[in-house]
Design a protein around this ligand. Structure first.
Ligand code: ATP
Ligand code: MG
Length: 383
């Protein structure tokens, strides 16, 4: 069963119990554009508690903000209760929400007209704010006064650029003027939320167009650690393939110490550090650097060299070279620490790791075959 049909089954449950329910957000926008939609989000006048009681399988995604996830077969639908936003503190998310009964009221707190449409179960489009016309004109425009809406939640400014990148739309002049004036309010926004939007912006089809607009409006200056990387991408017409690649660019050509202040997964930070080290270290693509840094790090580092420094792009060569490596990690060596300890009759210590690396280097460069006897012979000869 398709996602849309499953959503209709869920909507029918709401309707059977006397509630209003609409598909909302990005799915409806994409549907109007004739695009394949992403996840389906719902909005209803049922309160979170009522939603919990209607469905056997639910997850409390954000009860505080009025959001419940309904598990329906293989699908998950987020349902948010119609609401009006309460008082905003420090230009961030409101500290409380007030539920309302009408969808028309709910629509007013949504960011852009194109995101403020409702799709009813019978396929009727509900459009209180001229969203369909704006989608047809390919315009991003706030619902209501752009100054007020950006002051309520400054992240909406970054979201506008994210949607330029994703949809190749333009920003309405009034909305753009508000961004020019209020960009500094971004200082109130958490790095988590900024990162979430930037990640999506990086994947957009019109990434460079979004960057150009960011520069023209000086909004780019509000992005701290990310500013240098974004400016360089614009300068070099360069769209990094991954968020990690982008972070490495920001670190290499901007604030080299900023990375550790960001709320990022440890693994991602370590990966970015390795790309930075490869680039700074020698940046040469050869069997030993491939072994030392790993294939993905070298591919990423080489992409940066290509787009920034004009070096050749070697992705295919790196893949080929990688497949010819006799060993890909120390674990692939025919000998291990135990062998070395017994051969040399020595206790373990830092010397073991050093020696394993020396052997690995000899194997990688073809000086010795990855076979126990050959390695033993090599060690005796090179004591
Ligand atoms: P995508 O398809 O790229 O996910 P989306 O429009 O679904 O785009 P989400 O971030 O998933 O974007 O948000 C879902 C909906 O919630 C939006 O369409 C919008 O109506 C509303 N929304 C999200 N963030 C905000 C915000 N900061 N201010 C006002 N409304 C918002
Ligand atoms: Mg969405």
């Amino acid at each position: 069963m398709k996602q849309l049909e499953a959503a209709k089954e869920v909507m029918q449950v709401f309707i059977d119990h006397g509630y209003d329910v609409y598909i909302v957000g990005g799915f409806v926008r994409d549907y109007v554009m004739g695009r394949e939609g992403g996840d389906i989000d719902l909005a209803s006048n049922a309160t979170p508690e009522e939603v919990l009681s209607l469905f056997p399988q639910t997850v409390l995604t954000g009860v505080k903000h009025g959001t419940v996830s309904i598990l329906w077969g293989p699908y998950v639908f987020e349902v948010t209760t119609f609401r009006k936003e309460g008082t905003y503190r420090d230009y961030r998310w409101p500290d409380h929400v007030e539920y309302v009964d009408s969808f028309e009221e709910d629509v007013k707190r949504r960011d852009f007209t194109m995101n403020a449409l409702g799709l009813a179960i019978d396929g009727t489009l509900v459009d209180y704010v001229g969203g369909v016309a704006d989608i047809q004109k390919r315009i991003i425009r706030t619902v209501g006064n752009p100054y007020e809406r950006m002051k309520e939640d400054a992240l909406r400014m970054l979201r506008a650029f994210r949607f330029v990148s994703k949809l190749d739309f333009t920003i309405h002049p009034d909305t753009l003027q508000a961004i020019r004036t209020l960009g500094h309010l971004m200082e109130n926004i958490s790095q988590e939320r900024i990162i979430e939007e930037l990640k999506q912006m990086l994947e957009g089809q019109a990434f460079l167009k979004a960057l150009k607009l960011m520069k023209e409006t000086s909004f780019i200056k509000q992005l701290g650690f990310f500013e240098a990387g974004l400016a360089l991408c614009l300068d070099k017409s360069y769209q990094p393939a991954t968020f990690a690649e982008f972070l490495a660019v920001c670190t290499l050509f901007g604030d080299s110490k900023g990375l550790k202040q960001l709320p990022l997964a440890k693994k991602l930070v370590q990966y970015v550090r390795r790309v930075v080290a490869f680039y700074r270290d020698c940046g040469k693509v050869h069997p030993w650097s491939l072994f030392t840094y790993g294939r993905d790090v070298v591919i990423t580092g080489n992409r940066i060299q290509h787009f920034i420094d004009g070096n050749p792009l070697l992705t295919d060569d790196i893949n080929r070279l990688w497949s010819t490596l006799p060993i890909k990690s120390l674990k692939d060596l025919a000998v291990d620490g135990h062998d070395l300890m017994s051969w040399f009759d020595r206790k373990g210590g830092p010397w073991l790791n050093e020696l394993l690396h020396r052997i690995a280097k000899a194997v990688i460069t073809g000086e010795v075959k990855n076979e126990t006897d050959q390695i033993r012979h090599f060690l005796l000869k090179n004591k």
